[in-house]
Every structure is written in structure tokens, then in C-alpha cells.
Ligand binder design. Structure first.
Ligand SMILES: [Zn+2]
Length: 285
């Protein structure tokens, strides 16, 4: 049974602003909730065709987006709130800007699952977790995805990203994905071009699942399937059917759990689906 989507999980995000320094002009949100995708838009920089972005301890690429360039940066769930800086790097020139990170008011949810899922997991989960970790560290280095990301299935959202969950009143975890309502047999499609880095058959927690690498450390994942239509190593195209909705693994009923990971960080999949659909960033959620 689908449950209602929780009410607004955070206050509205402040609007996007344009800032310019040292001949570098960027568009970015004034503030962003933990767990969200931070999109930086750069105006063309003369003499600097391929600027990089420093964010935290890492350097991120930029890519052409119309006449401007974009960079996609992760803001992890539970990130320390406060002013965070990102730097636009052009050769030896480094220009720093600031974004306010705040903590989302994520709702709680109590779920009842088969008691076997809240007792000690079987031995096979050790190997399954290792396979998933390996898959999420492999795939093409360069960007394979293009344009925008489609919805993986037609259903409505039944549980959003970041919800604090308790299973059978015992095990607690954060919901690191977005759940779509669905019937067993509904088609699931790849949200963009990529490579299947793991087609998992009947894993204990994820059930039958597909992990796609879209390149440049961007991954999407699709859990609880009733049928897999792809195999590890396959190349897929945006909109291609990769399997069917099911109720395999740790579930309360048939649905698709859709996850999005960027540079080692699980982020809100709604941001991935919104990316590029509006001229600038959405400001209303
Ligand atoms: Zn889920």
C-alpha cells in the first residue's frame, strides 16, 4: 500500500544568485540543504576553456551546458551546517565563492518488514555488499550521460530521500533514495546513458537490482525488481527498459527504490530528475 509522501522536508531554498569576482561570474544557490545536488553555473571565462571546481577536499570537472558551463557538487546528508566555499580554478588563478549549507528537517517513518530483516543478516550479505561497493567504484571515467535525466518509472513518490526510518522499532537508517509506487511488472528505464556495473540477482536487502555508472563518478541504482533485462557490462541508453518493478529484498510491498550517488555521496534523486529541466535551479523546494 502506498503511504503518503511526507510534507515538505525543508524550508524553501533561497534563490540562485549571480556573483562575479576576478572576471569569473558564477550562478549558485544562496543556501542548500544537506543531501542535495549543488549545481554551479559558470559564464564563459576567456582564456580558460576548462575550469575546475574545488569543493571540500576534492576537485570537480565542469562541462558545457549551452553557452555556459556547469559543475555538479555533492552536499552530503548530515553535512555540518554553515558557510562552505567552492573555488573556480583556472590554471593558477583561484576564485572563491560561498554557499550556506543548512540541515534539512527530514521526517521520521516507522516501517514493518519481515522480522528476518531486523535480525542478524545472513553471511551472503557480506559478499553482496562487497560486490556493490566494487560496482560503485568502477565504470567509465569520462561523462557518458548527456542533457537531462528521465524518470525511471511512472509511479508517484511514496517515500522521499533522507527520511529517518525505523524498521520494526529496532533498526534505524536514513532513506538514501526515492521510492516510486508501482505494480509488479511495471517497466523501469535507465535515466540516462551509462554502463551496467552490476546486475544483482536477488540480493538480500536490494533484491534484484541494477547499478548504472554514467561516468565521472555519477551512479544511479534501481532496487527490488521482479525481472532484470540487462547484465553486468551492458551499455544502456536513456529510456531503455532495464527491468520490471517487483517486491524483492527488504520491502513492504512492490515499488522501485531509485538511488543516486555522486563522488561517493548519496544525494536526493529528485534533484537529478530536476537537473536541466528549468533554466536555473528550482527555488521552491
Ligand atoms: Zn527506498
Amino acid at each position: 500500500m502506498p503511504t503518503a509522501v511526507p510534507a515538505q522536508v525543508s524550508p524553501p531554498v533561497d534563490p540562485v544568485i549571480r556573483e562575479a569576482q576576478n572576471g569569473i561570474a558564477v550562478w549558485h544557490p544562496v543556501a542548500i540543504r544537506d543531501g542535495r545536488l549543488l549545481v554551479i553555473e559558470l559564464e564563459p571565462v576567456p582564456g580558460c576553456p576548462d575550469p575546475k571546481i574545488q569543493w571540500g577536499a576534492r576537485t570537480f570537472s565542469t562541462f558545457a551546458a549551452g553557452v555556459r558551463r556547469h559543475s555538479l557538487l555533492p552536499v552530503s546528508l548530515g553535512a555540518t551546517p554553515g558557510d562552505k566555499t567552492f573555488a573556480v580554478v583556472c590554471g593558477r588563478r583561484k576564485t572563491t565563492f560561498s554557499v550556506k549549507v543548512f540541515t534539512g528537517d527530514y521526517p521520521e517513518s516507522k516501517l514493518s518488514v519481515d522480522p528476518r530483516f531486523t535480525s542478524r543478516p545472513p553471511k551472503r550479505t557480506v559478499e553482496e555488499s562487497a560486490n556493490i561497493r566494487k560496482a560503485l567504484a568502477s565504470g567509465p571515467a569520462g561523462r557518458e550521460w548527456t542533457a537531462t535525466f528521465v524518470r525511471p518509472t511512472a509511479g508517484i513518490f511514496t517515500s522521499t530521500f533522507g527520511v529517518n526510518r525505523t524498521f520494526n522499532g529496532k533498526v534505524s537508517s536514513r532513506h538514501r533514495g526515492l521510492d516510486f509506487d508501482g505494480k509488479v511488472g511495471d517497466p523501469i528505464v535507465a535515466v540516462n546513458d551509462g554502463v551496467v556495473v552490476l546486475a544483482a540477482k536477488d540480493y538480500y536487502f536490494t533484491g534484484s537490482a541494477v547499478f548504472l555508472a554514467h561516468g565521472d563518478e555519477l551512479y544511479t541504482m534501481y532496487f527490488h525488481m521482479s525481472r532484470l533485462d540487462v547484465a553486468t557490462g551492458d551499455k544502456v541508453k536513456r529510456g531503455q527498459v532495464i527491468g520490471l518493478v517487483g517486491a524483492s529484498g527488504r520491502v513492504t510491498g512492490p515499488h522501485l527504490h531509485f538511488g543516486f550517488k555522486l563522488a561517493g555521496t548519496y544525494l536526493d534523486p529528485e534533484d537529478l530528475m530536476d537537473y536541466g529541466q528549468v533554466p536555473l535551479l528550482p527555488t521552491d523546494r
